[in-house]
Design a protein around this ligand. Structure first.
Ligand code: ASP
Ligand code: MG
Length: 405
């Protein structure tokens, strides 16, 4: 008998028929004797629809109202799932984040879980209930409803698994697991049987939508094994865990592509101490996430500083840097939103010198010019022209023999 936390995403509970299927799947596990805590997202595109409604009434809703509204989506799905289980004769109880003891800080719309009081959860489990918890929500110290940021139900599930010391946490979704690359870009992409936390964190941060990056961080911190699998079949998915077996560490586990990168260059920035700090503090204050950065030293007393941001932040970025023009006295700003970032991720990279060179050679042979490069111990990213992204990803997938994973 195991204690399992399972999370079902919006697509998996998108219709009445699908909720019934989830209920049947839970009933099967319960019959096997497992203790179950189930986290669900809002049905289908409910959260987007709620946001649309909000924006029709107010382009900038108060954060408290925003959380009040968005948290209702999950409340619908927990109630319906519990009704489905009752109709099948199973004991279950639906709990909001607050009722499940999930406490957060007070940062509305992107709150962090600070503590989970597991007393009622344990009591309901002991009474034989399948415990159903609303994902993506909690309450702060003042009892105000908060939400954890879009896609936050994954984090709810992992945090509950950590607090309850569950045997594992299953994330049930609409794909079969974690792939070497997005199968829509590379049909030869393979499902991985297992992947390390660090690799998963890189892939999730690089835009692989299958897990929310924060949930991977929490899983790593508390050593929660994640099992990412489909809710539409019984195939084994991908285990996300600490991979210790050095022999089995792949050089490259996956290729990722972010098509929304935009490049900004500040030209002829005076070469003086404190200049970069001024620029990037201003961007930080405007809540703009900067990704890759390079500085070219020019002859003379100036530098060109180039960096990338999310395309959706481009206008905000230009506004913010233009405000600095007088103080810093640089020549001008050039932007380019025809770029994409392609990355290779692999835990074995650090013990295989030459992996970056192999990536660059592969891109060169494919006729893809590299505009910027950034690296971490287990990742190399290159900024390239956006219309070449698909070609680059395919070439890299082939180069690192990922179709044989
Ligand atoms: N329903 C929320 C969203 O759409 C949370 C989640 O799905 O994880 O972002
Ligand atoms: Mg969702």
């Amino acid at each position: 008998m195991a204690l399992i936390v399972q999370k079902y995403g919006g697509t998996s509970v998108g219709t009445v028929a699908r909720i019934k299927r989830v209920a049947k799947r839970l009933a099967m596990l319960k019959d096997r004797g497992d203790d179950l805590v189930v986290v669900v997202s809002a049905m289908g595109h409910t959260t987007d629809k709620l946001l649309d409604l909000a924006h029709k009434l107010n382009p900038l809703p108060a954060e408290r109202d925003y959380d009040m509204l968005l948290s209702t989506g999950e409340q619908v799905s927990i109630a319906l799932l519990s009704m489905a289980l009752h109709a099948m004769g199973y004991k279950s109880i639906a709990l909001t984040g607050a009722q499940a003891g999930i406490q957060t800080d007070s940062t509305h719309a992107k709150a962090t879980i600070t503590n989970i009081n597991t007393r009622s959860l344990r009591k309901y489990l002991k009474e034989g209930n399948i415990v159903i918890v609303a994902g993506f929500q909690g309450v702060d110290k003042e009892n105000q409803i908060t939400t954890l940021g879009r896609g936050g139900s994954d984090t709810t599930a992992v945090a509950l698994a950590a607090a309850l010391k569950a045997d594992w946490c299953a994330i049930l979704t609409d794909v079969d697991g974690v792939y070497t690359c997005d199968p829509r870009m590379v049909p030869e992409a393979q499902k991985l049987d297992e992947i390390s936390y660090d690799e998963m964190l890189e892939l999730a941060s690089l835009g692989a939508k299958v897990l929310h990056p924060r949930s991977v961080q929490v899983a790593k911190e508390y050593g929660v094994t994640l099992h990412v699998r489909s809710s539409f079949n019984m195939k084994p998915g991908t285990l996300v865990k600490e991979v210790k077996d050095l022999e089995n560490i792949r050089i490259v586990s996956g290729v990722a592509c972010d098509k929304d990168a935009a490049k900004v260059t500040l030209m002829a920035v005076p070469d003086k101490p404190g200049v970069a700090a001024t620029i990037f503090s201003a961007l930080g204050d405007a809540a703009i996430n900067v990704d890759m950065i390079i500085q070219n030293i020019n002859r003379g007393q100036t530098n060109d500083i180039t960096f990338t941001v999310d395309e959706s932040d481009l206008d905000k970025t230009v506004d913010a840097v233009k405000k600095l023009k007088k103080t810093l006295n640089f020549k001008g700003v050039v932007t380019d939103n025809n770029t994409a970032k392609v990355s290779i991720v692999g835990a074995g990279m650090f013990s295989h010198p030459g992996t970056a060179a192999r990536m660059f050679r592969c891109l060169g042979d494919a006729g893809v010019n590299i505009q910027m490069i950034s690296t971490s111990e287990i990742k190399v990213s290159c900024l390239i022209e956006r219309k070449l992204a698909a070609k680059a990803v395919k070439a890299l997938h082939k180069e690192f023999e990922l179709e044989q994973s």
